[in-house]
Design a protein around this ligand. Structure first.
Ligand code: GDG
Length: 467
């Protein structure tokens, strides 16, 4: 039987059980690794003076983690540079924020070569290799260059941008060409998959065979839509935990009879937080009679603080929340509680459940797991309403949410009013439909769909020895 080699920028250590402290993705990949045995490889998060390629190995219950330290220049050019200043904004349609620097591209390539060099000796003949996300697009090609003829799959957690946007990246075609080293590429939605095929076909002259196989210069790759889910069972357990119940009670008490609207997002410009605050402000202005019935709790733990655009969005939100509170607050009411810190998952579950509205309005998002977690944490007898951006991958699966254009303050304002006024029967009907989907296509379904498709690829196929 094949072992699984998971490769991602960061790695989660084996815990032996479902710990409330980690995300659904970590849990899913750990479950796959525990079942198939194998290794999870990535950057340690640590800096070293000079790259040595020495692997830090930790053997856990079901699998081993293997990490490598990077030197300062790699971290600057690969992680803070190409991954988070170039690809992340570009993949979220923000070419106005994307920085195209040859130094970043070179550092990204070098770091991926270093990852390949380090992980290659750990890969055995029958292993299946599964590479995660935009940090590591060329890694499959680098493994092939080192004689790796294994099955290699790639999953992209972000959107894939439309061809006209991707075309602004100076080395777009070279980057996409490396992806033909993979046997399988997975995307969250049909839309991201089509954008990928569109670029390959129209800008590079690739050909589509049998609908889901793309052929380019004698090499071919299969593409699939494989939307990630959450561990719905784990989330139900979390919502029933003592901490979640305590948090629920505490939130209800502090809401003093008002309805809570909740947002939970990494502090990232792609999450549409500025536009969300403006939409909420519009609601306050347009509905003076209802405005004091609600307040917005926005939890936004800081992320990628070394990147300037993230410092900027933080400043913008501090100013905006201050202005809105300054303008609208009263002796007994503050319209926005803006919190810049993270909470444990059981606390989050209690917060979700205590909220009448989940406000999830990214400008662009590969999937968005918060939307699914919010729904999974609701009380089936009296569920809250999910307001969801049309531009999140999750919208393709969650049509029963109140879908909005996150750029439109008017639509956000209307949706808040609609959600506040929504009859219980309608809330239950919408919630049930979304919950069925969340339970059916959960995170285990996701990883099984991907690994099953990867294992279907014949070993020693046309990729073997390809350069
Ligand atoms: C990328 C893609 C795609 C948030 N605040 C806290 C906290 N969180 C957790 C949430 C959720 C996770 O972080 C965020 O996941 P999202 O999917 O919403 O967004 P990204 O981080 O941007 O993830 C995204 C995802 O990959 C998977 O493919 O859906 O589109 O961008 O689980 O609950 N967790 C804790 N405390 C917090 O304060 N413990």
């Amino acid at each position: 039987m094949s072992r699984l080699i998971v490769i991602s920028n960061r790695v989660s250590a084996p815990t032996g059980s479902h710990s409330g402290a980690q995300g659904g993705l970590a849990v899913a990949l750990q479950a796959a690794l525990a079942e198939m045995g194998g290794i999870w490889f990535g950057w340690s998060g640590e800096q070293t003076d000079a790259f040595t390629g020495q692997v830090n190995l930790h053997r856990g219950d079901g699998y081993t983690t293997a990490t490598v330290d990077l030197e300062e220049q790699d971290i600057e050019e690969y992680y803070n540079g190409y991954a988070n200043r170039t690809l992340w904004p570009l993949f979220h349609y923000r070419i106005d924020l994307a920085e195209y620097e040859r130094g970043f591209a070179g550092g990204y390539q070098r770091a991926n070569e270093r990852f390949a060099e380090t992980v290659r000796p750990l890969v055995e003949e029958e292993d299946a290799v599964w590479i995660q996300d935009y940090h590591m697009i060329p890694l499959g090609q680098e493994l092939r260059n080192r004689g790796c003829a294994n099955r290699i799959g790639f999953f992209l957690h972000t959107p894939w941008p439309p061809r006209r946007l991707l075309g602004t990246l100076p080395e777009a075609a070279e980057l996409v060409e490396t992806m033909f080293a993979y046997d399988l590429i997975g995307f969250h939605t049909q839309e991201w998959l089509e954008s990928f095929c569109d670029f390959a076909q129209r800008d590079m002259g690739a050909e589509i065979e049998d609908g889901d196989v793309i052929r380019y210069r004698g090499r071919s790759v299969r593409v699939i839509v494989c939307p990630i889910g959450i561990d719905a069972g784990e989330f139900r357990t979390l919502s029933d935990s003592e901490t979640a119940r305590d948090t629920f009670r505490q939130m209800k008490l502090s809401a003093t009879g008002r309805s809570m609207i909740v947002g939970v997002d990494r502090l990232d410009y792609s999450k549409g937080l500025e536009e969300r605050f403006l939409g909420y402000e519009r609601f306050l202005r347009e509905h003076p009679e209802t405005r004091k019935e609600v307040f917005l709790l926005q939890i936004a733990p800081p992320s990628r603080a070394a990147v300037e655009t993230y410092q900027r969005i933080r400043n913008v939100l501090e100013t905006l929340s201050g202005r809105i509170n300054g303008e609208h607050a009263d002796l007994d009411w503050v319209p926005i509680r803006y919190v810049n810190q993270g909470y444990s998952r059981d606390v989050l579950a209690g917060v979700y459940r205590a909220s009448k509205i989940g406000l999830v309005t990214p400008l662009r998002d590969g999937m968005n797991l918060v939307a699914k977690e919010y729904v999974a944490a609701q009380d089936p007898e009296d569920p809250g309403v999910l307001i969801l951006s049309r531009f999140a991958g999750a919208a393709a699966q969650m049509e029963e949410a109140v879908l909005v254009n996150p750029y439109s303050a008017e639509e956000i304002s209307d949706a808040i009013l609609q959600a506040l006024r929504m009859p219980r029967a309608e809330r239950i009907r919408r919630w049930r439909a979304m919950m069925d989907g969340i339970e059916r296509e959960d995170v285990l379904w996701w990883r099984k769909r991907f690994t099953d498709a990867l294992l279907e690829v014949p070993l020693a196929g046309p990729k073997a020895g390809a350069t």
